[in-house]
Design a protein around this ligand. Structure first.
Ligand code: PHE
Length: 448
């Protein structure tokens, strides 16, 4: 059977940027910025994205395009008969774990979008009312499971339609919409009285705030935001045609992802400061603080609808990339039909997601390694499996693959002159700098 490819450069870009831009940008990044000291965190984050994670991103695309195979098949093809296939196996299992809890949060977004549409965030509610609204909602049994199911069904529907007519088409329509939505919201936030304080918090770094915990949070977020170490970029890379310029598509993606995270922060932080709230709110920022702000600001109901719509769209373009990893594996290695594979991935992620969702309510007392199921899935993937997967992947590209093959992929057989000139530097980053830096940051996070 012929493998599908993305249609053109724009298709590659929207698919990859769609995977990268997600809850990580709208939900995780702003609250980490708030918790880790504003502009100083962003400063370290820029370094992590462009110097460390971008070469890892390119490495994933290189493995995918070189092998033209799914995350498991890629390692079997490029290093036959070795234990590297275990990295492939982890790369197929991790995204299924991630998509199961990711779609629980996606489901919360669906519910909050519906609440916004029925004008529940109007009439000046208090911060504590919003807190208990969210607390009651996530600890209940049925509504979050319904949201999770809707979100996962939407994901499955797009993936079933295929790489070109599902994933790529959805991205081409939705990614521009997403940027327009977030710009509209940022403009509204920046014009609130007192917003300047929030912008200063984002753009004026206090370097004394940088320490090991800031570095490891920034690197972890860069991994999460660029969708690294879980086989998604590898799988998308396998749909990139031989003509594409890997360095250019990867750099565009990382830049778009970074810009979007900044736009999201510019939409959120000025409003937080304008209302005199604490930026260190943590994970509740998007579902508690923001609805409070929406309910108290002029035209807030429209902003609320736009914001939660943006959250759903951003989350969907990411969850389809997670979902596709398992589907590509089942189709190519186990000879499932695309539909059959999608149904199987749906069932596994649906059941795991239900357990995650219930871990805020009836299963909240059930702990594994001292964590609820949701927190275990989140921590295990973001703090252990993703960085470990990314680390092993650059080691694979830098030390196991033949240098000439890596350079050949990077330069399209020597035909891309700029890439030929840069290839020595990029290869050096992949072979030495990335593995050492990633190891150092994670070791220091364990020690301090
Ligand atoms: N990058 C996505 C986000 O920022 C999350 C994600 C992680 C998607 C890993 C795919 C793989 O929300």
């Amino acid at each position: 059977m012929e493998r599908e490819n993305f249609g053109n450069r724009f298709g590659v870009l929207v698919a990859m940027a769609g995977s990268a831009i997600g809850l990580g940008n709208l939900w995780r990044f702003p609250y980490l910025v708030g918790s880790y000291g504003g502009a100083a965190f962003i400063f370290v984050y820029i370094f992590c994205v462009f110097l460390l994670c971008l070469p890892i991103f390119m490495s994933e695309v290189i493995v995918g395009r070189r092998s033209h195979a799914n995350a498991y098949g890629a390692f079997k093809k490029l290093a036959p008969g070795t234990r590297w296939k275990w990295l492939g196996a982890i790369s197929v299992i991790t995204p299924i774990i991630v998509v199961s809890y990711y779609s629980v949060v996606g489901g919360w977004s669906v519910e909050y979008f519906l609440k916004a549409c029925t004008l529940e965030f109007t009439g000046g509610m208090s911060r504590s009312e919003m807190g208990s609204m969210f607390g009651d909602f996530i600890s209940s049994v049925w509504s979050p499971i319904v949201g999770h199911t809707i979100f996962l069904l939407l994901t499955a529907a797009i993936v079933i339609s295929g790489v070109k007519s599902g994933i790529e088409k959805f991205g081409k329509i939705m990614m521009p919409v997403l940027f327009v939505l977030i710009i509209l919201i940022a403009v509204r936030a920046a014009t609130l009285p007192g917003a300047g304080e929030g912008l200063r918090y984002l753009f004026k770094p206090d370097f004394s705030k940088i320490d090991a915990s800031v570095c490891s949070a920034a690197l972890g977020q860069a991994f999460f935001s660029l969708s690294l170490g879980v086989g998604t970029i590898l799988t998308y890379g396998s749909y990139v045609s031989r003509k594409e310029n890997i360095a250019v598509s990867s750099t565009y993606t990382a830049t778009a992802d970074f810009l979007f995270a900044m736009l999201a922060s510019c939409a959120i932080m000025p409003a937080v400061f304008a209302f005199g709230l604490n930026p260190q709110e943590g994970p509740g920022l998007v579902f508690e603080t923001l609805p409070f702000i929406f309910s108290n600001m002029p035209l807030g109901w429209i902003v609320a609808i736009l914001f939660f719509l943006a959250l759903i769209v951003a989350a969907l373009t990411s969850s389809i990339s997670l979902y596709e990893v398992g589907v590509a594996y089942l189709v190519e290695e186990k000879h499932y039909s695309r539909r059959g594979a999608s149904i199987l991935v749906f069932l596994v992620a649906w059941v795991l997601g239900i357990l995650c969702s219930l871990s805020f309510g009836p299963l909240s007392g059930f702990h594994i390694f001292g964590q609820t199921i949701f927190n275990l899935f989140d921590k295990l993937s973001a703090n252990v499996l993703m960085p470990a997967g990314g680390l092993l992947l650059v080691v694979f590209v830098g030390w196991v693959m033949k240098k000439s093959d890596v350079i050949d992929e990077f330069t399209n057989g020597g035909t891309l002159k700029t890439n030929v000139r840069m290839s020595g530097f990029v290869y050096f980053l992949i072979r030495y700098v990335c593995p050492v830096a990633v190891l150092a940051v994670f070791a220091s996070a364990l020690i301090f």
